[in-house]
Every structure is written in C-alpha cells, then in structure tokens.
Design a protein around this ligand. Structure first.
Ligand code: MD3
Ligand code: FE
Length: 220
C-alpha cells in the first residue's frame, strides 16, 4: 500500500470536488489481489436495459456489487452469475480507498462496494452519472491500473452570457489516467457526468494490453 503522502507528483484539483492523486496506488500489490478476486467472481460483460452488451468487462467485491441487466442498474449482495455473495473486499483495497478519501478531506470513508472494470483496446464507457448509491454525501474513489486512458468529466457551471442573461454551460474536461492514479470525486463533483474514451492499444508490463479501474462506493 502507498504510504500517506507518497505521490509521483502533487495532488491536483481538476474541478471543485475532484482530486487526482498521481501514482498513489501500488499497482503490483493490487495485481495479486485482483487476480484472486477474478478467480472467485469472474469478469463478465453485462447487458444494459436496452439490450446492449457493455464493452467493459466487470465484476465486484464487497457487501454490494453493481449489476446491470434488462431490469436496469442496481446494487446486489449476490453475484447473479453464481448465486452467491461477492468476494469480501480485501483490506489492502479498502484501506487504499480510505486513505485516498482522507487525504481529500473525507474522513471515515468505509466503502461497501468495489466495482472492478476491465477495458481492452476499443472498450469505452459513455457519459453517465453514478446515481444508484444511497448516500451521495460520500465520495467515490477511483483507481486506474495498466495502460492509460482518457477520462472526461462534464463541468456543470453557470456562466453569465454576453447577450443572453444567464447560460448553463457544460464543458467536457479531459483527464489522462495512468497506472496507479487515484481520483476522489466528492462534493460538487460527485454527481457530474463522466465517461471513458475508447481505449487505445498499448502494453503495460504487469497488466498487458488492458486498463483496469476500481471504483469504491458507499452504495447501501
Ligand atoms: C465522477 N468508471 O464505473 S472512474 C464507473 O474509469 C466509471 O472505469 C470509469 O465511471 C472508469 O461508473 C471512471 C471515475 C469516476 C467514478 C465515479 C464518478 C468518476 C466519477 C462519480 C461521480 C463523478
Ligand atoms: Fe461512473
């Protein structure tokens, strides 16, 4: 686990409530944990309500897991593929998320859900909000691993127009996320729309031709 205060470079406030901790996560130790989790609860491509198959492969650990099917998006204590609970969240993962949240001003972050996303070249995630979590005063902590990806977040600000009186503007802000980068989304950024651009091909010595992302949430 990364020691508190150890970064490749200083934390960056991208927009109000969104803080990037460059290189905060120890990719090597997470690799071992994630391999073990995926043996217990294999990655799968979920269906959307409209019948599309997601290009991102997913699984979960923790008390609750995010699922999507013809009934829609929700959290479930049971892995629908196996009929048994998701694997427990390893301490190495929950403490990483806790420490990243604490460094960003959120004390006592105790996530009950960790969504594990795997992108291969060509995979992407369209713009969406994360709104299935019960307590939205809690942040979401995201950990990026493997080959880099271009993430985008919509900054929903109100700007005074020159001719119009007041105009709502949504500006898409690109952020390149690399192996070990951790992002904390809380406060004003918590409900911002966001997504991931189509992954370009690449190779990472540990993760191969893939990008992985962990998102820690207080869902229940
Ligand atoms: C901003 N995952 O699983 S993580 C997702 O890289 C998701 O796999 C992306 O969006 C990925 O829902 C982005 C960054 C992230 C996660 C949650 C957020 C950004 C967020 C919630 C609110 C605002
Ligand atoms: Fe999201």
């Amino acid at each position: 686990m990364a020691e508190l205060g150890q970064f490749w470079s200083d934390p960056v406030e991208i927009i109000d409530g969104m803080r990037l901790l460059p290189g905060f996560a120890d990719s090597q130790s997470l690799f071992t944990e994630i391999q073990a989790l995926c043996l217990q609860s294999p990655l799968r491509h979920m269906q959307t309500m409209r019948g599309y198959t997601m290009s991102v492969a997913m699984t979960n650990c923790g008390d609750l897991g995010w699922v999507s099917d013809k009934q829609g998006y929700r959290y479930s204590a049971i892995d629908p593929e196996s009929g048994v609970p998701w694997p427990a969240m390893p301490m190495a993962l929950s403490s990483l998320a806790h420490d990243a949240a604490q460094l960003s001003g959120f004390d006592n972050f105790k996530p009950d859900a960790c969504l594990i996303n795997r992108y291969v070249p060509g995979a992407q995630m369209g713009a969406h909000q994360d709104r299935n979590e019960r307590d939205r005063t809690q942040p979401i902590v995201s950990v990026s691993l493997g080959i880099p990806a271009r993430f985008f977040v919509m900054n929903e600000s109100v700007q005074a127009g020159i001719r119009d009186s007041v105009q709502a503007s949504k500006k898409s802000i690109p952020v390149d996320l690399s192996d070990g980068d951790v992002v904390v989304f809380g406060g004003a950024a918590r409900m911002c729309s966001h997504g991931v651009r189509k992954l370009k091909s690449g190779y990472h010595p540990l993760w191969g031709e893939a990008r992985w992302n962990l998102t820690f949430r207080c869902a229940g």
